[in-house]
Design a protein around this ligand. Structure first.
Ligand code: 5CA
Ligand code: ZN
Length: 419
């Protein structure tokens, strides 16, 4: 699938530091030691509504991680999916009386525009669930043959005669629980609201995830060989795309904290089942939820502040990005008018402070920005370092010719803020 144009990343003098991030699986900070190429998979959108500030926070956070890894001297191989066929997309298309393909195409196009405006580096492989169907068929067929997946008959009248859905057998998976470390009660409490079907009769365990859904009347389907006509379950989409484009034990699996369970738990355990090895990823990194009026911002609730609405109202996308950067990715935060006003004010101040030919020395500021970003993506700390340099520049000026240019390039390369 077509992604979007990546921004130019200016060179920063000197060398970046090795990067540490918080790994949900170990509950600890994890030093990333990827070798020449860091491999990162970030869960992409389900395109049934427009990019909101929660999505923006997630994709900007992983963009910052990619920039920190590049600064530390690594190449970054970045893969993102698009869940371009799934229940919520089909339901929204049905509700609005539009074709699901047209809805997905329109929302993906808007997402591309939003990511371009926010200066997010594009993934190297941007893969739709629909494109990934043949790979899912191969993987599920192998799991079935190996006895780690099983069939559950489709109730009479719902599908073709004799058709069955296919589930992953969690009892075959010793790694289950290793991503979230949640107990069963915690898992059961959210499973249904996050796309699971604990009440489905015939499942061996209520938590077993759906791998392949047999064709139902009025639903899209693809040939599944011996699986029969159908479509992929949600988690297996990310399992197979990550395995195909990154391979097992890649460096970072990313997304919002709402994906810790079941999505990242199930994607990982299925990958272990398919490959017979573990772990799926070395670090599982999660963006805290962005809220609005006391609730998680979400398409299903409809309490949204859209990136595109802000842009169409004339808000500078760099102010939107700065609003995200003002919050540490592991701290939940709420969108409100104040957050945006603060970001707009900071952007204007930075532009003023960086507009001269000379300024205070740049070295300490650059070192501090690098230190903050390598230390679990401390973007607020990096903003404070720039604030400090800008304040010196505005109050005292400075004689170091070229330093505003160098600080500006650092802000661009490491924080993705174009001034
Ligand atoms: N397509 C799946 C992932 S495979 C999905 O969760 N799509 S989504 O459109 O619902 O969300 C896209 C990304 O934004 C996910 O990584 C999700 O965790 C993140 N996200 C969704 N809502 C928020 C929010 N309120 N705050 C922060 N991140 C969010
Ligand atoms: Zn995913």
């Amino acid at each position: 699938m077509k992604s979007w144009p990546s921004p130019f990343i200016p060179a920063v003098p000197g060398n970046g530091l090795p990067v540490r991030v918080h790994d949900t699986a170990s509950g600890d900070l994890c030093l990333l030691t990827p070798g020449p190429t860091a491999r990162m998979y970030v869960c992409g959108i389900t395109p049934y509504d427009a990019t909101h500030m929660g999505h923006a926070a997630t994709y900007v956070t992983f963009d910052l991680l990619g920039r920190a890894l590049r600064d530390a001297g690594h190449e970054v191989l970045y893969v993102q999916n698009v869940t371009d066929v799934d229940e919520p997309l089909l339901a929204r298309a049905h509700r609005d009386g539009v074709e699901w393909q047209a809805l997905a195409a329109a929302e993906i196009a808007l997402f591309r525009e939003d990511m371009t405006a926010l200066g997010v580096i594009a993934p190297d492989h941007y893969i739709g669930a629909v494109e990934g169907v043949p790979s899912v068929v191969k993987a599920v067929t192998a799991l079935l043959a190996g006895g780690t997946a099983y069939r559950v008959k489709v109730p009479e009248g719902e599908g073709a005669p004799g058709a069955s859905d296919i589930y992953f057998d969690l009892s075959s998976a010793p790694d289950f629980g290793s991503v979230s470390s949640w107990d069963r009660d915690q898992m059961m409490a959210v499973f249904a609201e996050r796309g699971g079907d604990p009440g489905r009769l015939g499942k061996r365990d209520q938590l077993d995830p759906l791998l392949w859904r047999a064709e139902r009347a009025g639903e899209p389907s693809w040939p599944g060989g011996e699986l029969g006509e159908g479509r992929p379950g949600w988690h297996i989409e990310c399992t197979t795309i990550a395995l195909d484009y990154l391979g097992m034990t890649f460096d970072v699996q990313g997304g919002g904290t709402d994906l810790i369970f079941p999505h990242h738990e199930m994607s990982a355990v299925q990958a272990c089942g398919i490959t017979g090895t573990s772990p799926f990823a070395r670090a599982f990194v999660h963006q805290a939820m962005v809220g609005l009026d006391g609730e998680k911002m979400s398409k299903s609730r409809g309490n949204l502040v859209l990136v595109s609405t802000l842009r169409h109202c004339g808000v500078d996308p760099m102010a939107i990005r700065l609003a995200v950067l003002a919050h540490h990715y592991r701290t939940p935060w709420e969108w409100d008018g104040e957050v945006l006003l603060d970001a707009q004010e900071r952007l204007a101040t930075w532009r003023a402070g960086l507009s001269g030919n000379g300024g205070p020395p740049a070295d300490a500021a650059i070192a501090r920005i690098r230190e903050c970003m390598a230390d679990d993506l401390d973007a607020p700390g990096a903003l404070a370092a720039v604030d400090e340099w800008v304040s010196q520049s505005l109050s005292k000026g400075g004689t170091e010719i070229g330093s505003p240019g160098v600080v500006g390039r650092t802000v661009d390369a490491l924080l993705g803020i174009r001034l």
